[in-house]
Write a protein that binds this ligand. Structure first.
Ligand SMILES: Nc1ncnc2c1ncn2[C@@H]1O[C@H](COP(=O)(O)OP(=O)(O)OP(=O)(O)O)[C@@H](O)[C@H]1O
Ligand SMILES: O=P(O)(O)OC[C@H]1O[C@H](OP(=O)(O)OP(=O)(O)O)[C@H](O)[C@@H]1O
Ligand SMILES: [Mg+2]
Length: 284
């Protein structure tokens, strides 16, 4: 049997949520203090390689490994021959310019200035596509400090809450360069390796189980259309007869973040015995 070779981040913001997602999808993962570089999961026909997030697109793009989990920003920065297969919904961040107040109000004022970043590939492409003649200073991290130390006039870096920028006395400049999140990647334009579709389906199952809950309730039959409009489910709600005459039981998946509001509205139109349960796993 062929084994699917999967690159997984070994450190940083992507590592723990990636492991958690794979664990929920039924795969073996490292224990709390796990230091393994390679982990085999023969039951599921896969092998995990724990690598630096920055290197993952390079391994996948070259075909050394079949698929991997990395950040969209890291994928683009690498210039590797890899493409997104699925968005994973965690490690969400924006990639933005920031500077001290009065440095520049937008890109048009960047000419002749120095921009520090740890994403030099992505930044050079972005600036040259817009004909901006700024000097790119490549740093490894803690980029925000570069302005204070006089190494750069502007930074281009990952922003999540904006706390790091504020603490460095910097303000956001211009539009976001990129919206990033964790993504599953494969080799660009290549036939997916055997097992890729199954991995994708399993991860999609985890994403759905996280985003939705299952809702059950009873309602008078004449109000079922109204109720179905509130809980349309993914395709259509299941409506079953109840022993009690004139009543039906309804079952539908509901977005988790809307569950309380939907329950209030169902109650208003006479639904009773409204129950919400977790979806542990699914294929939809
Ligand atoms: N504070 C953050 N919030 C959300 N996502 C982040 C944050 N910092 C980095 N990321 C995302 O995580 C990925 C970067 O992972 P990486 O491990 O290189 O950096 P890191 O999490 O900052 O770790 P390190 O400590 O090695 O710098 C990128 O996709 C980036 O957008
Ligand atoms: O907007 P915020 O919520 O403050 O988060 C953004 C910061 O988080 C990351 O830094 P990290 O702590 O990983 O250090 P690094 O710069 O060395 O990567 C990122 O590089 C930003 O600096
Ligand atoms: Mg970092």
């Amino acid at each position: 049997m062929t084994v699917l070779r999967i690159a997984v981040p070994n450190k940083g913001s992507l590592a723990e949520p990636s492991a958690e997602m794979l664990r929920e999808a039924g795969y073996r993962q490292r224990g709390d203090d796990g230091r393994e570089l390679v982990l085999s999961d023969p039951e599921n026909g896969v092998e995990f390689f724990f690598l630096r997030p920055r290197d993952i697109a390079v391994y996948v793009g070259s075909g050394t490994l079949d698929v991997g989990i990395t950040g969209r920003d890291l994928l683009l920065d690498s210039g590797a021959d890899a493409e997104e297969l699925l968005s994973l919904g965690f490690a969400r961040s924006t990639f933005r310019f920031a500077a001290r107040p009065d440095t520049a109000t937008d890109l048009s004022g960047f000419d002749g200035l120095r921009v520090a970043t740890s994403y030099a590939g992505l930044l050079r492409t972005y600036l040259s596509e817009r004909d901006v003649d700024a000097e790119v200073i490549k740093l490894d991290g803690a980029v925000e400090t570069a302005v204070q130390l006089g190494v750069a006039d502007i930074v281009a870096d990952v922003v999540e809450t904006g706390t790091t920028l504020r603490q460095a006395g910097l303000e956001i400049v211009g539009e976001p360069i990129l919206n990033s999140e964790a993504v599953l990647i494969g080799r660009a334009g290549a036939e997916p390796a055997p097992g890729t579709e199954q991995l994708k389906r399993r991860i999609e199952g985890v994403l759905v189980a996280r985003r939705y809950v299952m809702m059950d309730y009873d309602i008078r039959a004449e109000r079922v259309e109204e109720a179905s409009a509130l809980t349309p489910g993914l395709e259509s709600p299941t409506v079953s007869p109840l022993h009690r005459e004139g009543w039906v039981a309804v079952r539908a998946m509901v977005p988790r973040d809307r569950a309380q509001r939907v329950m209030d509205e169902l109650w208003q139109i006479g639904a009773r015995a409204i129950l919400v349960t977790e979806i542990v796993a699914c294929r939809v």
